[in-house]
Ligand binder design. Structure first.
Ligand code: 5GP
Length: 188
């Protein structure tokens, strides 16, 4: 396989996208996770080369200059995330298709560059009201931070129609099955 397929997952934070991606990667399918580069430091139990390639902001800028990224975004202020061309080439060279867990803009950038080869899936929380309920139950956010997250979610949701497929994550087990069926069908 010289160039395989690309399967993108994007979603507002709190939609359960990462759980769905992990479920997919646990199946015996020719899929590999695209490890992004980021300029943020590792968090908790994150492992270099598995969760991310953690690089310095200077190194990140150098890679941008070298045109080494398929796409990159300043997802949070001064914090960059990006997909290296070399990562996709590595996965394709191993006869696998590439699975991405990236933000909405990044997902659409991949789709634009590889329109035929990409399946872009938008994972949607049941509703903004439900997202608010989940965030409030978590009790980890201040009222202001909660407001910001909900505003960002509403903005991100407005991009959903530009994706190929939308999976509503109202019931996890059903959403897992739906994702699996979509991907199996796409990779053939
Ligand atoms: P976190 O810091 O929580 O791991 O990730 C923050 C956000 O950056 C998430 O929405 C994640 O999907 C997104 N992200 C991770 N890697 C990439 C990437 O390579 N490109 C883009 N555009 N976004 C990414």
């Amino acid at each position: 396989m010289k160039s395989g397929k690309l399967i993108v997952f994007s979603a507002p934070s709190g939609s359960g996208k990462t759980t769905l991606v992990h479920h997919l990667l646990d199946q015996k399918l020719p899929l590999q996770f695209s490890v992004s580069a980021t300029s943020r430091p590792p968090r908790g139990k994150e492992v270099e080369g598995k969760d991310y390639n953690f690089i310095t902001p200077t190194e990140f800028q150098a890679q941008i200059k070298k045109d080494a990224f398929i796409e990159y975004e300043e997802v949070y202020k001064d914090t960059y995330y990006g997909t290296l061309k070399s990562e996709v080439a590595r996965i394709w060279s191993q006869e696998c298709h590439v699975v991405f867990d990236i933000d909405v803009q990044g997902g659409l950038a991949i789709k634009k560059q590889y329109p035929e080869q990409t399946l872009a899936i938008f994972v949607q929380p049941p509703s903004i009201a439900e997202l608010e309920k989940r965030l409030r139950q978590r009790k980890t956010e201040t009222e202001e931070a909660l407001k910001q997250r909900l505003e960002k979610a509403a903005y991100e949701l407005s991009f959903a129609p530009q994706f190929d497929r939308m999976v509503v994550n109202d019931e996890l087990e059903r959403a897992k099955k739906e994702v699996l069926a979509l991907v199996k069908d796409f990779i053939g």
